[in-house]
Design a protein around this ligand. Sequence first.
Ligand code: LMR
Length: 348
Amino acid sequence: KPAPKVRAKAKAKPEFKKKEPVAAGNFKVCVCGGAGGIGQPLSLLMAMDPNVKELCIFDLSVAMVPPTGVAADLGHLERKNTVKGYSMDIGQKPVDHLEECLTGCHLVLVPAGMPRKPGQSRDDLFKINADIAKGIVEACAKFCPGAILGMVVNPVNSIVPAMAELYKKKGLDPLKIIGISTLDVVRANKFVGAETGRNPNFINVPVIGGHAGKTILPLFSQDKAGASIDKEKIADLDVKVQDAGTEVVNAKNGKGSATLSMAYAGARLGKSVLAGLQGKRRTECAYVASTVTDLPYFASKVVFGETGIVKVLPVGEMNEYETKRFEEVKEQLKGEIQTGLDYAEVNS
Ligand code: LMR
């Protein structure tokens, strides 16, 4: 009787090996806004992902650096991939210029639009950034409708509903549009690490709600290190996560918002998307079309799999403080979602 056991083992190994090379390393990724402050480091991190076979850098020809220059630069890394740059002049439409760039893309990361200046809220950027996002999203709808779009365009709370509704109106899947709120998780993990003396790498605080001010709700109680923090310190830590973006905006003193940590967070999300498409499930928080609350868009844990988001997970257990904050989150988020829905109504 031991014989079949040995045979079963011998059979299982090659099957496992056979899967790896077929799926890995075959992805086409585009970074729209890839020559900007977030776009350049984000492109660097994605170029280093062994899953990426072709990386496209798209930006305006008047960007910080010409996108073809960023591509030439990244093309010298010791990686088995190709990097190409694409540009467009101000006033031109992405849909008229991005056919080659977007066709065949599995993932499009969009760190585009204007950043905040000190004193501005993310909402102040809506009109200008929504129009920029719309141009890119319409080009994706035409040339890579199956791709996952990771949006790093503020105000994420309104831009994602606006773009997802545009996708719906075109008969496309609104869950392909993902608001990247990963930086809130990264920050919460970092701050809990600093408070508890634990390694942030092993901390995972889910951050739910949205990506602006009070809509950012870190669920410290759902992480072991977070749950060990004194109750009296939680409100301050919560506000510290909510205000972290503003802290960077103020420290940069009119010269932009978070770029490096945002690129790090965007790449973390992007790599999880690619791992999922490869059949390796990954769970991350993201702001997406959702039915886990009574709001149509919400950030919670989602599972990335073979088709993109395969599950939007419920918010899970919350303590008294978090339950109270949850109501506050929904109150503010409701209006910000409506801004996006109104835009889609008028602009489709
Ligand atoms: C952030 O959280 O750092 C970004 O949303 C940029 C900003 O304006 O705060």
